[in-house]
Each structure stands twice: as C-alpha cells, then as structure tokens.
Ligand binder design. Structure first.
Ligand code: G4P
Length: 283
C-alpha cells in the first residue's frame, strides 16, 4: 500500500510555529503511545533546539504497558522528560506540572540568580493531527481555559492561558505533519486512524493489522471474535465477516464492512492494549 498525503498549508504552519517557539521556554510534545516513534515529527527537534523538551505518551490507555515503559526509558535516555497521560480521562495530566518544573529547573534557577522572581514558564503543546492536543489542553487547563479577547476585528495577539502562578500555556497548539518517507510510518499512522479513511483501502489495511497481531499478539483475534486460527489473513477476515454477519446484496460476504469492524475494535481499544512498534526497531 502506498501512502501519500501532503497538505498544502504545511509550510505556512511550520513558519508560524517557528515564530511561536521563540516565545516559549518548554515544548510539550504529544505522541501516540501506540506508535511513539511514527507519531513524532522529527522537524520539531530542529525547531525546538535549545528549549526544554517534554514528551507526553498520550492515549497510554490504548497501548501495551510493557512497551510504554520501554518507550519512556528510550526517550529519557535521549534527554527528554517523559510522562504518560490519558487526556480523555485526565489520568496523569496533573502530574505534568511537576514535569514542567523539573524540565525548566535550569531556567528558573537562572532567572533567580538574575533577580527575576516568579516569572512564569511559557509552554506550548505540539503534535501531529489527532494525537490528542485539544483534549489534553482542555484537561490540563481545566476551568482556567476561558480565553480572553480575540474577538473578530480585534488585533490577533498571542493568547495565553495562565495555568497557575508558575506556568502559562499558549492556547493554540502547534500542528506538525507526520513524516511519510518511510512506508512503515505511513502504515502505522493509518492503523491508528491518523490518515483520512477515504484515501485508504480498508480491507488491505485490515490485512496488515491481522498479520501484525498474528505475529505479536497471539490469539487476540481468535478470542475476541471467537473464531478459529488461520495462517492466512483472507481466511481470518472471512471468519470475522461470517461471525459478524457482514453480508451484502447477493448474499456475498462484505469484506469492507468486516474490515471496518476490525479496525474500529482495534482503534477503540476493544481488542486490548496494543503497541505497534518497539524502540529497538528504531535504533
Ligand atoms: P488533536 O487536537 O491533536 O487533533 O486531537 P483531539 O484532542 O481532537 O483528539 C483526537 C481523538 O483522540 C479524540 O477522539 C479524543 O477523544 C481522543 N483522545 C485524546 N486523548 C486520548 C487518550 O488519552 N485516550 C484515548 N483513548 N483517546 C484520546 P474522537 O474519536 O475524535 O472523539 P471522541 O469519540 O472521544 O468524542
């Protein structure tokens, strides 16, 4: 399967982010805990150099806890401060305040030596589309999220959300686009639902998921759908289609429908906690 997806406004967004980052002390980057490598855009390393860096492994509720731990260590060894969050539920979100303090320790100390006291740390959220930026900001900022100004016709200044006396958050997240040069990255982004469905062949995609699960999460499909084990992905999808009565006109099996059901069960976490890539593959 070939993945191509280049939004036209990419360059403009990148330029805007370059400007925003100048105002920032710490960049908080969200990645999807199921694909912590493929959901990270490497451009941000260049844009955010010399800034304190935090990686949030978001949607950790959907990922395999053993691998999430490995990824946390992997990023920590690369110099990032790392935390696990489930932005939808709010789990781990409060703890991010401590991580910010830790990541900005040097800056706070430097300010103190210069006699600057209580200057809030300025933070910005970045990440690829659908990784959970808005959900995280809503959960992190809570009631403080009431925005000021920005009425139509009024000068569009930067809007900051004052979280407490020590942190201010830029209210608009920086959107980064994933890197598509590596086809494996494209495939994994498609599997978690970060590429628009219209440009994908859902049945082919479901075959990739079936192959991956067969090799890495033995029997998960057999147990969940109460089907037999098949070596071949077509046979597995056929069994799912029969089990879920995916029938189209002419009494034929509807493979697209069965593939849709399978993809939804995976994306929503109903198949269990699953991680699609491991740190050692990326070394
Ligand atoms: P974005 O701003 O980065 O584009 O992402 P956004 O916050 O819109 O979140 C994208 C989807 O991911 C949303 O689901 C959101 O609920 C879900 N999400 C965000 N954080 C988490 C998390 O930690 N765990 C889980 N399981 N899901 C998370 P949606 O399907 O678009 O909406 P809804 O069905 O939740 O209403």
């Amino acid at each position: 399967m070939n993945f191509q997806w280049y939004p036209g406004h990419m360059t403009k967004a990148k330029r805007a982010m370059q400007e925003d980052i100048k105002l920032i002390d710490v960049v908080i980057e969200l990645v999807d805990a199921r694909i912590p490598y493929s959901s990270k855009n490497p451009d941000i390393d260049e844009l955010a150099k010399n800034k304190a860096r935090i990686i949030l492994l978001n949607k950790y509720d959907l990922a395999d806890p053993t691998h999430t731990k490995e990824w946390k260590t992997w990023y920590e060894e690369k110099g990032y401060f790392v935390a696990l969050v489930n932005s939808k539920r709010g789990t781990g979100v409060k703890a991010v305040h401590e991580v910010i303090k830790e990541a900005c320790k040097e800056k706070i100390e430097r300010d103190r030596r210069r006699g600057i006291l209580n200057r809030p740390v300025r933070a910005m959220i970045v990440g690829i589309p659908n990784v959970g930026k808005s959900t995280f900001i809503n959960s992190f900022a809570g009631k403080a999220c009431t925005k000021t100004g920005n009425k139509p016709g009024v000068t569009k200044g930067k809007q900051w959300i004052r979280l407490n006396k020590s942190v201010e958050l830029l209210d608009t997240p920086g959107i980064l686009w994933p890197k598509f040069e590596d086809q494996r990255v494209g495939l994994r982004l498609a599997l978690i639902g970060s590429i628009k469905d219209e440009i994908l062949n859902i049945t082919e995609l479901s075959f990739e998921l079936i192959k991956f699960l067969r090799d890495n999460y033995k029997n998960v499909l057999e147990k969940f759908y109460e089907i037999e084990y098949y070596e071949n992905e077509i046979d597995t999808l056929t069994a799912i289609a029969k089990k879920r009565s995916c029938i189209q006109k002419g009494n034929e099996l509807d493979f697209d429908k069965a593939a849709g059901i399978l993809m939804d069960d995976f994306k929503s976490g109903r198949l269990g906690e699953i991680t699609l890539e491991l740190p050692e593959e990326e070394e």
